[in-house]
Ligand binder design. Sequence first.
Ligand code: SAH
Length: 400
Amino acid sequence: MNTITLKPAKDKSLARRHPWVYANAIEHVDGKPAPGATVVVRARDGRFLARAAYSPQSQIRARVWSFDEAEPVDHAFFKRRVQRAIAHREAMIRDTGATRLIFGEADGLPGLIVDYYVADDASKRGQLVCQFMATGVEAWKEAIVAALVAATGCPNVYERSDVSIRQKEGLEQITGVLAGDPPPETLIANECGVRYHVDVKNGHKTGFYVDQRDNRVLVAQYARERDVLNCFCYTGGFSLAALKGGARRVVSIDSSGEALALAQQNVLANGFDPERAQWLDADAFKTLRRLHDEGERFDLIVLDPPKFAPSREHVDRAARAYKDINLTGFKLLRPGGLLFTYSCSGAIDADLFQKIVAGAAADAKVDARILKRLGAGVDHPLLTAFPEGEYLKGLLLQIA
Ligand code: SAH
């Protein structure tokens, strides 16, 4: 029997239902669990705490499958977890062809991400895209894929496990077809009335930033007759939402030519006037300053940069980068203008992010008011026991 016994007093976080066991909490491991094998986690006094997936190379040495002693980890377990995740979303999420079906720990499947692009008229087929980021879900990959196909009725499953975090688990990066047909060149997801091309094979993450859906809807609501700037636009998520919402003009910046090419296709796919959209293939830091120097001003600005702080060591440098873009962002706003600003760095919490933005407003000499705190959509739930799950935070601000 593979068992992990914790050091005295190291059972507290599991008692609070936090789903990770750190290496330094372990007193000893009995048996010879392979990577991804199921282990029973016990307190020093022998009490059952959890069943978990063993990860011998990671500092997160085990990830909890279940706190219920009566619940075995088998094929039926994965079927139930997948069905539950989908059932929870069915009642909440409508009008979208792009949904996060499984969000790791919050769905009781640590290390697993699954996005579902529902078939639309043009692509005529749905596509599931998975990221396996821990040994446990890696070991149960076949069972998980079978459960996903059965629960959604979508036969096509693609893997995008080309994420560096797999190194920490001793896993190679891999991509490829897990079931059904390979993803088509043009997969189109219809999100709240806007059609987006999704490049499942080569795009970022699973091809699209599904997490920003609610925020794109919000931008559409406030975009009417406004001059909009969308910085770090990728394939034009917020830009298209602004056009849909009736923006007068949208200037978008990204340093990826491929992303911008897809963004321009998205304008045509939605029948918007290309004259209203301007695309700048450039560095956002420099371009923000240049636009300011040239006297450009906007009514609504979106700043949704990549993860500036991949880990704690990068927090100081990242904070300076966030401050830099937010400072210039504030200066580029007309009086009464709106700023949608985001950080997807897990290492920068909502408090710190707000402080950084406050510092930027002070340096820009503007009175900025928070209208709304923003986060990922309801298909990215945050487990109360697992605050680490909150990676995306944002603020909607208005300057006086
Ligand atoms: N807002 C987007 C997602 C942004 S992802 C959406 O809703 O879909 C971050 C983007 O920043 C990527 O497309 C990347 O190409 C771009 N990027 C990274 N560094 C950049 C830089 N210095 N200047 C401009 N764009 C940059």
